[in-house]
Design a protein around this ligand. Structure first.
Ligand code: TXA
Ligand code: MG
Length: 546
């Protein structure tokens, strides 16, 4: 088949694409998430061609794309209040909503289900093509079934040239992973596929939102998938990918030790690696990782890589989407190097970290008070004191004895001072911490690092999980005022010098909400169960399957 190459920024080309679609043809179009392979969603015959071109199993339903909210009502049984709220908050954008379908939707589009998935994309070219076609468009990702989704035009060409009527070139896709899929078709709203819109964002609009278990784990044989797409092997490059669930330090050690593969890692990992690598972006920048994920998987293919060890992303925020795709690309093969399970516990002041630490200790964790460690004589040895005198003057350690007040007075007020202090003390704190962790490892329990400056001091290097405790700002202020006996002004001044709440939650695997009326025990129990399952998996054979 001859495939027409069209440009997304050219209106006559968009209209041409619309015309082909109206006549029952197939066109690959850019969206803000990934490229989609579109057909008229209301024409069963046209939709069947999508399945043929992609080699997609017929029971895997398609997402229907509309260009205006008013086009939703005819496609569904009814538009519930929750759908209105979601549309208001997230459309146009990377969110797909599942509702009971109307008779207008053919069985081919819904994969035989009585529900339909609908999305209003943010990409202007996608909406222009829908308008030009004058019909809603069914569009799965524009890749051959099982392959990584296309986020660059060259990926689309490689998979689909010669198999479809036209390809519309819109450059790179800004979000980079497919839309978040949420079902409103029964009971509690449930996320079936994580994406650019996060669980936290959805909960802020709808209240309770569940996460389908298949997002994180492999379905048992024979289990029925809420989202049929979840049961197929997906996103796989030619290389054998394995996910390494490890702290930054132990990831580097493990991958270097293997010596035979490539690392699919984060920017911060690269310096410690002796094997070649492809980076997904900064460790805590989920949006950037999402943008680069499929590019990186395609890149492994271009490089002819046989085996890649991927550093496990966080299971929260946009990173959850990255994790969900990677664990499927890896066929659920997860490697857990030996060593203790170390969890960083942090959060903004007044959130109640110590309360949570106590609960977790009761549940069997052992904890390290990193503030105390920071002040320990082990950190301030003779060499350290000499460096401090060099940086801040002899008065910070007269006669070789540290004067904490003087050091604080000289180092804390300026950014340069804090940086210089950190450069001298942080590596020593990390060394002291490694030793402490070694000692505690013998207990065979999860180790909690209670560390207000976990990230600033680089202590996250030894953590396999990050647990953040938060509470509403007003409540935190109240607690700090009561605990430290400071005025509201002083407490506010402290807060403005500290990281904002998002800084912590963006970096978390688990978030415990410790506001008034929150059930701490339940949240702590859930975290403990998670940690137990990691301990158990580590005890088992390498390559344990979740
Ligand atoms: O961002 C996106 O959503 C992209 C772009 C092109 O819009 N599209 C996309 O489509 O990712 P696709 O077909 O690759 O993924 C659709 C997912 C599949 O996992 C499918 O099983 C699920 O949505 N899905 C579709 N309709 C469903 C339904 N009625 N019930 C449950 N899951 C459904
Ligand atoms: Mg797909």
């Amino acid at each position: 088949m001859e495939t027409l190459l069209l440009r997304a920024d050219n209106q006559p080309d968009r209209e041409r694409a619309g015309e082909i679609l109206r006549q029952g043809g197939l066109v690959a179009i850019p969206t803000e998430t990934v490229y989609g392979l579109a057909a008229n969603a209301l024409d069963g015959r046209a939709v069947r061609k999508i399945f043929a071109a992609k080699g997609r199993p017929a029971d895997n339903p398609l997402i229907v794309h509309i260009s205006d909210f008013s086009q939703l009502a005819p496609l569904v049984d009814s538009v519930p209040e929750a759908a209105r709220k979601l549309a208001q908050a997230f459309w146009p954008g990377p969110l797909t909503v599942i509702l009971p379908k109307s008779p207008l939707i053919p069985m081919e589009t819904s994969g035989g289900l009585d529900t339909v998935a609908v999305r209003l994309p943010a990409h202007p070219a996608a909406r222009a093509v829908i308008d030009a076609a004058g019909v809603p468009l069914a569009a799965p990702s524009a890749n051959l079934s099982g392959r990584p989704s296309p986020t660059a035009f060259t990926h689309v060409q490689a998979d689909l040239a010669g198999r479809v009527d036209a390809l519309l070139d819109g450059g790179d896709c800004p979000v980079g992973v497919e839309s978040t899929v949420i079902t409103l078709a029964g009971g509690t709203p449930t996320v079936l596929r994580p994406g650019g819109v996060t669980l936290r964002q959805l909960r802020a609009v709808l209240g309770q939102v569940d996460l389908d278990p298949a997002v994180l784990r492999q379905l048992e044989d024979g289990a029925k998938a809420a989202s049929p797409g979840m049961k197929y092997k997906h996103y796989a490059p030619q290389a054998a990918v394995a996910l390494v669930d490890a702290s930054p330090e132990s990831y580097a050690r493990y991958v270097n030790g293997k010596g035979d593969g490539w690392a699919l890692c984060f920017d911060e990992d690269v310096a410690a690696l002796t094997v070649p690598s492809v980076s997904l972006g900064p460790r805590y920048d989920g949006a950037r990782q999402a943008q680069r994920l499929f590019w990186a998987l395609h890149r492994l293919d271009e490089l002819g890589v046989d085996a890649a060890y991927a550093h496990c992303p966080r299971r929260a925020g946009v990173s959850l989407a990255v994790y969900n795709r990677l664990v499927r690309a890896a066929g659920f093969s997860i490697l857990r190097p030996g060593g203790p399970v170390v969890v960083g516990l942090t959060g903004p002041s007044g959130a109640g970290k110590s309360t949570v630490a106590k609960l977790l200790e009761k549940g069997g964790c052992v904890s390290v008070d990193c503030d105390a460690l920071t002040r320990s004589p082990q950190v301030y040895d003779t060499a350290c004191l000499a460096e401090l005198r060099g940086a801040f003057g002899d008065a910070v350690a007269p006669g070789g004895i540290l004067d904490r007040h003087e050091l604080a007075r000289r180092a804390f007020p300026t950014k340069e001072g804090r940086k210089a202090l950190g450069e001298i003390t942080f590596p020593r704190i990390l060394t002291a911490l490694r030793e402490r962790v070694e000692e505690l490892a013998a207990k065979g329990r999860p180790i909690l690092l209670d560390a207000p400056t976990l990230f600033e001091a680089g202590l996250d290097a030894v953590c396999v999980r990050i647990l953040v405790v938060t509470a509403p700002r007003e409540e935190r202020l109240r607690r700090v005022i009561a605990r430290d006996g400071v005025s509201r002004e002083e407490a506010l001044a402290r807060f403005s010098a500290q990281q904002k709440e998002d800084f912590y939650t963006d970096r978390a695997d688990y978030v415990i909400e410790n506001g008034p009326g929150m059930q701490l025990e339940g949240q702590a129990r859930w975290v403990l169960e998670e940690l137990d399952s990691i301990m158990e998996a580590k005890g088992g054979a390498e390559g344990h399957r979740l």
